[in-house]
Design a protein around this ligand. Structure first.
Ligand SMILES: CC(C)(COP(=O)(O)OP(=O)(O)OC[C@H]1O[C@@H](n2cnc3c(N)ncnc32)[C@H](O)[C@@H]1OP(=O)(O)O)[C@@H](O)C(=O)NCCC(=O)NCCS
Length: 269
């Protein structure tokens, strides 16, 4: 395996805040997040994937999609291997869609890495892998592209709750699309932590406004005990991507940020 074979110049620890500790409280859960550009030669890493993943890999028509998928799964194995103290090649992931039974959906570490929780996200050229122990978590990264028109982009029609919309509308119109994307990453991270994904409508939960400390403000069906406690953390902007991390059963999350390129170079030599 080639050292540093990621898209573009290597993203070293120097280009990332080495350790970001937003705030640490009594129920702080430590979470690891690695960010990497997608591998430029994903075919070289296919041998690390299991049969189901290789079948999925064979279905991607575009090199970019293949690269993002393989980078996520390889980075996940490297990360889980590092934390569980086993070779990356011994990390097994189980992925089963609860809807159709297909081998897509939220990947769960099994076997020697059981008990660790994993979440993967990709956008254009960036891949994020988040891992912690014993707390389901969700990560989302999204590339920001400035819209042609100022204001709230039409695709947020079914995404924002009335409270979120009015917070966005209070901003200057040229800042509204960026604020919407911040809310999107917060909501998607939460829905990936619960495992529901977009099966749950995005406007069924309200998150704090862009510029405020990330938090879940409430759910549409806000019955006591109906939803788990969830901590939200903002990721640093990398490669033009905004990002958020959500952790179930936590009041706060202490984020340990790493360079995926460095880890792959170290662990996949
Ligand atoms: C999860 C979801 C929101 C991610 O959307 P996205 O923004 O396009 O993609 P991201 O890059 O941020 O995340 C993709 C990763 O999320 C993970 N994922 C997929 N479904 C997930 C779920 N329900 N919960 C948590 N994580 C999930 C996977 O690891 C996936 O990457 P991989 O397949 O390459 O490993 C979206 O795919 C979704 O809602 N899926 C569920 C819809 C569903 O169940 N459809 C039924 C199909 S039969």
């Amino acid at each position: 395996m080639t050292k540093g074979s990621v898209e573009g110049p290597p993203m070293t620890a120097m280009s990332l805040p080495a350790r970001a500790l937003p705030f640490v409280g009594a129920r702080a859960v430590t979470c690891h997040v690695w960010l990497s550009r997608r591998l430029s030669c994903p075919e070289r890493y296919l041998g690390l994937l299991d049969d189901a993943e290789q079948s999925r890999a064979a279905e991607f028509l575009r090199e970019q999609e293949l690269g993002l998928f393989v980078t996520g799964r390889v980075l996940a194995r490297a990360a889980l291997g590092l934390l569980a103290g086993i070779p990356a090649s011994d990390v097994a992931l189980h992925t089963r869609c609860p809807g159709c039974g297909g081998s897509h959906g939220k990947p769960t570490p099994v076997g020697a890495a059981a008990g660790w929780e994993l979440s993967i996200s990709h956008s254009v050229s960036l891949v994020a892998v988040a891992v912690t122990h014993g707390h389901p978590l969700g990560v989302d990264v999204e590339r920001y592209v400035a819209p042609a028109e100022p204001g709230i982009p039409v695709e947020y029609e079914m995404v924002l709750t009335p409270a979120e919309r009015s917070a966005v509308e209070s901003l200057a119109s040229d800042r509204q699309a960026g604020a919407c994307l911040t809310l999107w990453t917060r909501k998607e991270a939460v829905l990936k932590a619960t495992g529901e994904g977009l099966n749950r409508p995005m406007d069924s939960l309200t998150v704090s406004a862009a510029g405020q400390a990330p938090a879940v403000v409430g759910w549409a069906d806000d019955e006591p005990g109906a939803h788990p406690r969830i901590a939200l953390v903002e990721l640093p902007r990398v490669d033009g991507c905004l990002g958020a991390l959500a952790v179930q059963g936590a009041d706060t999350a202490a984020l340990i940020l790493g360079s995926g390129a460095d880890m792959l170079a170290e662990r996949m030599r």
